[in-house]
Design a protein around this ligand. Structure first.
Ligand SMILES: C[S@@+](CC[C@H](N)C(=O)[O-])C[C@H]1O[C@@H](n2cnc3c(N)ncnc32)[C@H](O)[C@@H]1O
Length: 297
């Protein structure tokens, strides 16, 4: 990550050291000097905003994140998320450019990290849930939302006739393509991809993906429109025990059971299964979650 100005890069590195040592005010000062040398450098402006937040200077941080957004309106570093966390009343939306950059950078390490460190098992949980509600047989058309490197596709492949997938991250999708199990892969947003499907699907899955979406209503409605009558929507969410949904410090949303039930009802789904399930760990601790299978009524 370079500003294109050697002195600015050196100051930036020095600021990062100060930041590591917890001297956030000094780091903010050095970063301000850095930005005098490289005023149009989005990464520098973002780092300044983060340091201001770490220094407890909330209003300065908000202003700095907003000025970062002027340099990078697509928001590939996720300033909107930081702003939402600084002001919990603000609606929380994760910018697509932020998610695709995050997962593009993560793609190479993704499977190793999830399987070996986080004990990731959303694909197996979804497979077991679908086997339970509809044991045996082939689902003619299966669509995998936020398919990533294809772990959920792999878990379901022997029950899928046609298998399609969509993901915001091109690098993650490369992992899915390398598995040679998908009939169609699309780079882009999942709701848009649903609208572009050639035919309705019998099963739509979302394994550990709805954690990147706060308000699930538009997605539930789109899924319902693109399922055959009687088709199944199977997904996992991270659970929280309050109302609605919340954005956590780890930049993932958690949804309440009542919220999932309400949205299922609104989108004309019958709930076949909505149970507690742990899909992954975070810092060595199980993350509470839910597994759901809804039927298009
Ligand atoms: C934690 S990974 C899970 C991947 C895969 N489902 C699996 O089980 O291994 C979440 C994936 O969702 C994708 N994603 C998040 N929001 C998305 C959206 N709105 N549209 C498409 N993909 C999205 C991310 O790019 C990422 O690859």
């Amino acid at each position: 990550m370079s500003s294109g100005n050697l002195t600015a890069d050196r100051r930036f590195a020095y600021a990062q050291m100060l930041r590591k040592d917890g001297d956030f005010d000094a780091a903010a000062e050095v970063l301000t000097q850095t930005l005098d040398l490289a005023p149009a450098w989005p990464e520098g402006r973002f780092a300044l905003a983060e340091v201001l937040a770490e220094a407890g200077r909330k209003y300065d941080a908000v202003a700095a994140f907003e000025s970062y957004l002027e340099l990078d309106p697509a928001d590939s570093m996720g300033a909107a998320v930081k702003l939402a966390l600084l002001n919990p009343e603000a609606p929380a939306v994760l910018p697509p450019a932020y998610l695709s950059r995050l997962f593009d950078e993560y793609a190479q390490r993704f499977e190793k990290a999830l399987l070996e460190k986080l004990n990731y098992r959303a694909p197996q949980i979804l497979r077991a849930a679908l086997d339970e509600v509809e044991p045996g047989g082939i689902f003619a058309r299966v669509f995998d939302l936020g398919c990533g490197t294809g772990l959920a596709g792999l878990a379901l492949n022997d029950r899928a006739g046609w298998l399609g997938g969509v993901d915001l991250s091109a690098a993650m999708l490369k992992g899915a393509a390398d598995k040679n199990i998908y009939d169609q892969l699309t780079v882009g947003d999942m709701t848009a991809a649903l609208e572009n499907l050639d035919a309705a699907c019998d099963v739509i899955i979302a394994a550990d993906v709805l954690t990147y979406v706060g308000d699930l209503a538009p997605l539930f409605a789109a899924v319902r429109r693109h399922l055959t009558d009687g088709g199944l929507f199977a997904f996992t969410v991270q659970r929280h025990d309050g109302e609605g949904f919340v954005l956590g410090q780890e930049h993932r949303f958690s949804h309440s059971r009542a919220y999932v039930e309400l949205l299922a009802l609104q989108a004309a789904f019958e709930i076949l299964k909505l149970d507690a399930a742990v899909s992954r760990q975070e810092k060595g601790t199980d993350v509470p979650g839910l597994v759901a299978v809804l039927r298009a009524a």
